[in-house]
Design a protein around this ligand. Structure first.
Ligand code: FMN
Length: 444
């Protein structure tokens, strides 16, 4: 039998964590339980914590928050002999442009996240967990708070959860409204009440994280997979996706497509399938120009990469990254210089200011990109952009700046001619913006 069809909770398709989308009952705890919810937690509580870690390790689940670190391995790094409490923090900051799958996972089935969080906490012997909710997610903050209350009421959180001797408190925490608060050490600072800026590593959070204690930080989507692994086993999970990137991924697709939205597909699915079969193809039947596989901080790819598999290894081999699994699609009428300028403006705004390459570099990049887009570019601006990219990449304090470089280097690689046309013609060939006509004026 297809291992996927052996799964519990009626999993008979390639969807694991979105299989209940369309069933509004699972929003509340009773409907969630009626559909098999919290069975994974009960199974975990009957196991030794170390065995839960081994099972998750064996499944090959890798973090869905961007870095793709193996989840079970991360949990196994947590020392148990420090005499300090251990914390688990769910990263629900989700600020990467183009990414909106965490939000919908919580919108539709918040208890799936709580169940995964409780299993993670049990595995690393944590009794105090936090959910760091992006500041702007006012509605989702309320959903999380109410779901936590429901879980307490039904004994899935609190003292002796599910009749076991394991206690777990979960505190939802509204974030500070900054992209950098999604970076795990910036998040910890913010959670402690300090300015959201990254911390020096090492020490890594697993050893010295929240309140200088061992801390596991996991993304919403990562945690949502955990109950299903507990319930159905590591081999079942490995029945989805590729050998090195097992499981599925919920891809957020936005931009110039017919049906923007979140689509869960097995890892390794070619981008063409995601774009054409799920998202309905490029809007208005236009030609695909460029797309980001993993949100704005991953290098753009082009129509030549339509058949690249959406998994960690294939995307890296193609010169990009899986990141958060967010495809922003540009069509033939879009100007990549303008796209790069807009994205860089985001990074310049969100740079926390702690280190010079990021703070100054992103600001300069916006200036140079703006003048090119406005038709005031100079031939030497292209080498300047290249230099800027080289001097930021891997030279900043945290990876925010590395992400900021992606739109610059990838558009310069694939669309250099377009930059040159801007400089040569003294205007944007797409928007028509030129000297004295700012882009915003042209657009309005
Ligand atoms: C600038 C920046 C922003 C980030 N934002 C997020 C975020 O919003 N959500 C998230 O889960 N991870 C984010 N990350 C990655 C986290 O630092 C961390 O790797 C992740 O939460 C770990 O969870 P995972 O192992 O389950 O993927 C960000 C990283 C950087 C450098």
């Amino acid at each position: 039998m297809d291992p996927r069809r052996a799964g519990g909770r009626g999993v008979t398709t390639d969807r694991i964590i979105t299989r209940n989308w369309g069933n509004p009952d699972v929003f509340h705890v009773d409907g969630y339980v009626a559909n098999g919810g919290y069975a994974g937690l009960k199974k975990a509580l009957a196991m030794a914590p170390e065995d839960v870690i081994e099972l998750v390790k064996g499944s090959g689940l890798r973090g869905r928050g961007g870095a793709g670190f193996p989840t079970g391995v991360k949990w196994s790094f947590v020392p148990q002999d420090t005499g300090k409490p251990t914390y688990v923090v769910c990263n629900f900051d989700e600020s990467e442009p183009g990414t909106f799958n965490n939000r919908e996972l919580v919108d539709r089935e918040p208890h799936q996240l709580l169940e995964g969080l409780a299993i993670a906490a049990y595995a690393v012997r944590c009794h105090n967990a936090y959910i760091y909710v992006r500041g702007e997610f006012l509605h989702q903050g309320t959903i999380v708070r109410r779901a936590v209350e429901e879980a307490y009421d039904r004994g899935f959180l609190g003292k002796g959860i599910c009749g076991s001797d394991f206690d777990l408190d979960v505190v939802p925490h509204r974030g500070a409204g900054a992209y950098i608060c999604g970076e795990e050490t910036g998040l910890l600072n913010s959670l402690e009440g300090f300015r959201g800026q990254p911390r020096q590593r090492p020490p890594f959070p697993a050893v010295e994280g929240l309140y200088a204690s061992p801390t596991v930080i996991n993304n919403v989507e990562t945690l949502c997979n955990v109950p299903h692994i507990l319930e159905n086993g590591a081999d079942w999970f490995r029945g989805f996706g590729t050998a090195k990137s097992p499981g599925t991924k919920v891809f957020s697709v936005s931009g110039k497509v017919e049906r923007p939205g979140n689509y869960e597909v097995p890892m390794g699915t070619p981008f063409r399938v995601l774009l054409e079969e799920h998202a309905g193809g490029v809007l208005g039947g236009k030609a695909l120009k460029a797309w980001t596989p993993g949100g704005s901080s991953t290098p753009m790819l082009t129509a030549e990469h339509l058949d690249v598999g959406l998994d960690f290894e294939s995307l890296q081999a193609a010169g990009s990254l899986l990141g958060t699994g967010a495809a922003i699609v540009l069509d033939e009428t879009d100007c990549v210089v303008e796209a790069a300028r807009r994205l860089l403006a985001f990074y310049a705004h969100e740079s926390c200011g702690k280190c010079t390459p990021c703070r100054e570099g992103t600001w300069w990049a916006v200036r140079v990109l703006s003048r090119i887009e406005e038709g005031l570019g100079r031939p030497e601006d292209l080498p300047i952009m290249n230099d800027l990219g080289r001097n930021i990449l891997f030279r900043a304090f945290c990876p925010l700046a590395d992400g900021a470089v992606s739109p610059i280097t990838s558009t310069l690689t694939y669309f250099r001619e377009e930059y040159e046309a801007h400089v040569r013609e003294g205007r944007c060939p797409f928007t028509g913006s030129g000297p004295g006509r700012r882009i915003e004026e042209v657009a309005s």
